[in-house]
Design a protein around this ligand. Structure first.
Ligand SMILES: NC(=O)c1ccc[n+]([C@@H]2O[C@H](COP(=O)([O-])OP(=O)(O)OC[C@H]3O[C@@H](n4cnc5c(N)ncnc54)[C@H](OP(=O)(O)O)[C@@H]3O)[C@@H](O)[C@H]2O)c1
Length: 273
């Protein structure tokens, strides 16, 4: 259905900039020092996108990332953070919240800031004004959304006045392909990068029989097959989470090659059933 995209750095919306096809998530970190080492290692081998949110560990995830930044240098990492929906009720509130995130991160800017999910109490247009204020004030280089449906994304896209929406971060995995119905085609058409969260279903894809079959054929692991399936789609990047160095290494093994079109079809058939 979709053409295969062979680049392992993928376009960031229509910005002309590219980002790693696989970044690292930071939700629910348990062993902090292990996690910091795993994140430093990820950046050192090119998985240089780190996803966080003010919500994760009530700000603790952002604080831990500040240690990674101090060690590897700010310009070596692409940092994504997400603010609570209610922050976007006014420009003052969104600016205040992102400044608090920046203090925790120990940096003067993030690369990308997202509305964590749409606020049902605020018109999308007003949320987008508050989002644009963050870029206007130099607190974030780019802006985007998360958990927006195709309908909500269309409204958001038509509400922008000064800056583009470059990312929609949503749930997407080889066994949960709902976004392919209308959201992914819209993202491809409008040049919005789809950032896939929970892309390995919290590790459960490792036990899926038909992924294991394909994995054997390629000399890869089922996790690598599941990630490669996603990044084969144009405009899709994935942000699996781990706090283990060896798993970062495993994610890296999903880059630099592609499943054949025939095997992608095979996986699509199985995931449908
Ligand atoms: N925008 C949103 O609303 C939203 C929602 C959910 C998630 N996210 C973002 O997306 C990131 C990824 O999603 P996620 O954390 O929900 O799920 P995920 O990446 O699908 O799975 C992460 C879990 O799988 C385990 N894991 C990693 N590699 C594994 C392997 N090779 N074998 C078995 N288990 C493995 C990890 O444990 P270890 O750490 O012990 O390796 C962790 O518990 C989050 O961390 C967060 O940054 C965003």
């Amino acid at each position: 259905m979709f053409p295969v995209d062979y680049l392992d750095r993928k376009p960031l919306g229509g910005t002309g900039e590219s980002i790693s096809a696989i970044g690292i998530g930071t939700y629910d970190i348990r062993d902090e020092s292990k996690a910091i080492n795993a994140l430093k290692y990820a950046v050192s081998i090119g998985l240089d996108l780190i996803d966080t949110a003010e919500m994760y560990g009530s700000g603790r995830s952002e604080e831990l990332i500040s240690e990674v930044i101090r060690s590897v240098g700010r310009s070596s990492i692409f940092i994504v953070t997400k603010l609570y929906p209610h922050r976007f009720r006014s420009q003052e509130e969104s600016i205040k919240a992102l400044k608090a995130s920046l203090r925790r991160l120990g940096t003067s800017y993030v690369d990308l800031v997202l509305i964590h999910w749409p606020d049902t109490f605020t018109p999308i247009e007003r949320q987008i004004r508050s989002l644009e204020a963050l870029v206007d004030n130099g607190l974030s280089r780019y802006m985007g959304v998360s958990n927006f449906t195709a309908r909500q994304l269309k409204v958001a896209l038509s509400s922008t006045a000064k800056h583009d929406i470059v990312v929609n971060q949503v749930k997407y995995s080889v066994v949960d392909r709902d976004v392919e119905r209308d959201l992914l085609p819209l993202c491809i058409e409008r040049k919005v990068t789809l950032m896939a969260y929970t892309p390995i279903e919290r590790g459960r894809v490792a036990n899926v029989r038909w992924l294991n079959e394909i994995a054997l054929k390629y000399g890869k692991t089922p996790i690598q097959i599941a990630l490669n399936f996603l990044i084969s789609r144009p405009y899709v990047v994935a942000i699996p989470k781990t706090e283990k160095k060896e798993r970062v290494e495993e994610f890296k093994g999903a880059l630099g090659w592609r499943l054949s079109n025939q095997d992608i079809k095979f996986l699509e058939e199985f995931s449908r059933s």
